[in-house]
Design a protein around this ligand. Structure first.
Ligand code: ATP
Length: 755
């Protein structure tokens, strides 16, 4: 790995060799990746109905219980999402072009030039539009529909009311994401068959995950949901947890903000839809969402309780959700001490045992009675919207019937335990494949399935991209009240890896990682999803040099025009200034800021802004980048958290941290690399660079060229080690070291050499 450092020309040679391979494969992949081809679209349109029928047949078969949730078919790339070129393909194209360029020549791969050409300090997404309020809307393309609603019984196409639509949709099991991606127009087709009045229900707010969630309501519960509080962040380890309540409460913000949608601004109207299609339908009155009735849904023992109706990935309104009650099912959420509950999942000696039967482990864990609800998203309604209380209708959906049991996996070791789940390395007993199993934390089973996990499952099952961790299927614990995501196994996460390596990544290695990261983020943004928690520990790396984004617990769908969301997202160190300053209307730019922090961290092996509290975080940012003002960031002074007495730091000192040349060991960064970093860390979110523009930044086409994935350094698989051992290993804390020694001595003393 060290050999690659500063070895620009060596890297260039490597890339050159590598590029010739890409040239061979690139064209084919490029063609495959273009879904914008009208011919392709035509034929796809013709096939859609057939595919829906096949799909429905498949669903019915699977309902009989023949296996896992995942379809065997899989889209080759994300292209079917509407012009999304898969990472691999795109990168190949980039490399092909790169080969033809002189070092430093601007990339024109996307067909659009960098902002420098237009004189703008950033590049505007080609297809971005500026809506009336000045908010830049995302490109009009890609997935038009929530992925979870692709599969609907044909009969539902004939229903004429929102409730009828919802009723029909709920009948379908968790759909196969791969097929959904294969037929992006399927939903469009389906909708075309729905009478206009039913079109109103196509509002995403009414589209709930068909099998896992239920709409619910309740009062605003302001006492339960700190609406705009900004809890201090006590330590990096728990940076994320305090905003749970706010995250849950954000959906109320959504409720309150019901923008008038119209064709020009609604994402549902995006795309080349002819009059009469769903775009027209949706121009009808958009009903206020979440005036719904709570429905408890029993899923073979799992109560999936939808406590909020966010416009999440795949939301389908259920039957009766309009008619019924505004149950004030305000879930008690006083107890949020995750840390205490964590021990119920940890500290079990058996965790160290190789090959423990996972089912046994789960049974033990499931007996824990002290799980706490922090994920569920209670939703209560405003008092004025209250309706007579009617017991929530119960539906039983046998959606888990087709899932395999976790007993079919052999647990190898615990990888980590995060806020939302415990992650194991496991072996599929049937295939022998090594996988990662993420057990969804059901903090309080009685209160249903955690919303964050629903989001994560929904998104990860729906998306497929080389830079996004692949969820293969969902499996259930023996008692059916535990759910696991079966993910492809990745050997490392970037945070832990950087803690163990001695040297920071070289520029060419950082380019390789950043390209993959940007491709993944572009895919998300193109598909109307904000990740909202990009950080190095959520970036997985395998020994093939592949980077994949994981942990979609905070991710959510966004739309245009923007709505209000909680600002308590993104781990503190990676949190954009607009969030720190309390904005509740944000967009993809928040992820781009995180990418800036990640890029800097990859280059220096140190977090860029490691604040302890929000105030401290802002202070650290201002000290490095200068204190923003109304001139460089119009609207800054009106942000809720802005104080007149901010210390005015005049200068941007970022270049000092990343000089062009260094004799002091500071990480070096070329001018164009610094330009990209600056654009990612631009204060004004409107001017912050987009993922697409960043991918086309000249930094990636100048020497040293991005290292090829195959030539990325490899390391012993961290995730194959016991989690606690790994913690000790990666901690440079001498006290920790001392503690470990004492522990070892203690162990020797008890189990002992001398017995
Ligand atoms: N597919 C995977 N392969 C290997 N390791 C993984 C995989 N997915 C997650 N991990 C490991 O488990 C850790 C926790 O996973 P994840 O972030 O998804 O859980 P979480 O509960 O959402 O965590 P957090 O509290 O950090 O948000 C990751 O940082 C990573 O180290």
């Amino acid at each position: 790995m060290a050999a690659g450092r500063m070895g620009g020309y060596r890297d260039y040679d490597v890339k050159d060799r590598d590029s010739s391979v890409d040239v061979v494969n690139g064209k084919e992949g490029y063609e495959r990746g273009r879904s914008g081809n009208p011919e392709n679209n035509k034929s796809r349109g013709r096939d859609v109905r057939d595919r829906i029928r096949v799909r429905q047949k498949d669903i019915r078969e699977r309902e009989v219980g023949n296996g896992n949730l995942r379809s065997s078919s899989r889209s080759d790339s994300g292209s079917s999402g509407g012009g999304i070129v898969s990472h691999g393909v795109k990168q190949k194209v980039l490399l092909v072009r790169t080969m033809d360029r002189e070092p430093g020549e601007l990339s024109s791969e996307s067909g659009s030039d960098d902002a420098t050409e237009s004189g703008l300090p950033f590049k505007i997404n080609e297809s971005a539009k500026v809506v009336e309020n000045g908010i830049r809307s995302p490109p009009e393309k890609k997935r038009k529909f929530s992925p979870i609603v692709w599969d609907r019984d044909e009969k539902e196409e004939t229903v004429s009311t929102r409730n009828k639509v919802a009723k029909a949709v709920t009948a379908s099991p968790l759909p196969s994401p791969k097929e959904k991606r294969e037929s992006p127009n399927a939903m469009l087709d389906t909708l075309e068959a729905i009478p206009a009045e039913a079109g109103r229900s196509s509002d995403p707010e009414y589209l709930l995950p068909s099998s896992l969630v239920e709409p619910s309501v309740g009062g605003h519960g302001s006492d339960e949901f700190p609406a705009s509080g900004s809890p201090m962040m006590p330590s990096s380890d728990s940076l994320r947890k305090p905003w749970q309540a706010d995250l849950e409460a954000e959906n109320f913000g959504d409720d309150d903000y019901v923008p008038t949608r119209n064709i020009s601004s609604s994402r549902w109207a995006a795309g080349n839809n002819s009059p009469g299609d769903e775009g027209e339908i949706l121009d009808a009155e958009m009903p206020k969402r979440r005036k719904t009735t709570p429905i408890s849904e029993s899923l073979e023992g799992i109560r999936v309780q939808r406590k909020s109706l966010t416009p999440e990935i795949g939301e389908i309104m259920r039957q009766g959700s309009e008619a019924g009650t505004r149950s004030s099912e305000s879930t008690e959420r006083g107890d949020r001490s995750r840390s205490s509950s964590a021990n119920h999942y940890l500290g079990n000696d058996s965790e160290k045992d190789e090959g423990t039967d996972l089912g046994d482990e789960i049974r033990r864990m499931d007996t824990s009675s002290s799980r706490l609800d922090t994920d569920s998203e209670d939703e209560t309604e405003a008092p004025e919207e209250a309706e007579p209380s009617v017991p929530p209708p119960q539906r039983s959906v046998n959606m888990l019937q087709g899932c395999r049991s976790v007993d079919e996996f052999e647990r190898l070791n615990k990888i980590d335990e995060g806020t939302y789940g415990v992650v194991y390395r496991a072996r599929d007993k049937k295939s022998g494949e090594i996988v990662a199993l993420k057990k969804v934390k059901m903090e309080k089973e009685r209160e249903g399935f955690p919303m964050t996990s629903l989001r994560e499952i929904n998104i990860l099952l729906s998306f497929h991209h080389p830079s996004i961790v692949d969820v293969k299927e969902v499996v259930v614990g023996s008692s059916l009240d535990s759910i696991f995501m079966v993910m492809e196994y990745m050997e490392h996460d970037l945070k832990a890896l950087m803690e163990t390596i001695k040297q920071p990544y070289s520029q060419s290695e950082v380019k390789c990682l950043m390209l993959q990261l940007l491709e993944g983020v572009k895919y998300l943004h193109d598909n109307w999803v904000l990740h909202r928690d990009l950080k190095t520990s959520n970036l997985l790396l395998n020994n093939q040099g592949e980077l994949k984004i994981c942990d979609f617990g905070l991710a959510r769908q966004y739309g245009s025009p923007l709505k209000t969301y909680t600002h308590m997202v993104v781990t503190l160190w990676y949190r954009a200034p607009e969030l720190l300053l309390g904005t509740r209307q944000y967009s993809t730019a928040i992820d781009m800021w995180s990418l800036g922090c990640i890029m800097a961290e990859l280059l220096s092996k140190q977090p860029l802004f490691n604040g302890k509290t929000e105030v401290d975080q802002l202070d650290k940012i201002f000290r490095t980048l200068g204190t923003p003002n109304e001139t460089i960031w119009p609207g800054f002074s009106k942000l809720p958290g802005v104080r007149v007495n901010f210390v005015k730091h005049q200068y941007n000192l970022l270049r000092k941290k990343f000089p062009a040349t260094s004799f002091t060991g500071s990480p070096v960064l070329s001018d164009s690399g610094f330009d990209l970093l600056n654009k990612l860390l631009t204060y004004d979110p409107e001017k912050r660079i987009t993922a697409e523009a960043a991918l086309n930044h000249e930094w990636f086409s100048e020497v040293p060229l991005p290292k090829s994935k195959e030539f990325m350094p490899t390391f012993p698989a961290q995730h194959a080690q016991d989690r606690r051992l790994r913690r000790v290993m990666k901690s440079p804390d001498p006290l920790e070291e001392q503690r470990r020694k004492e522990l070892q001595q203690g162990e020797l003393g008890t189990s002992g050499l001398f017995g």
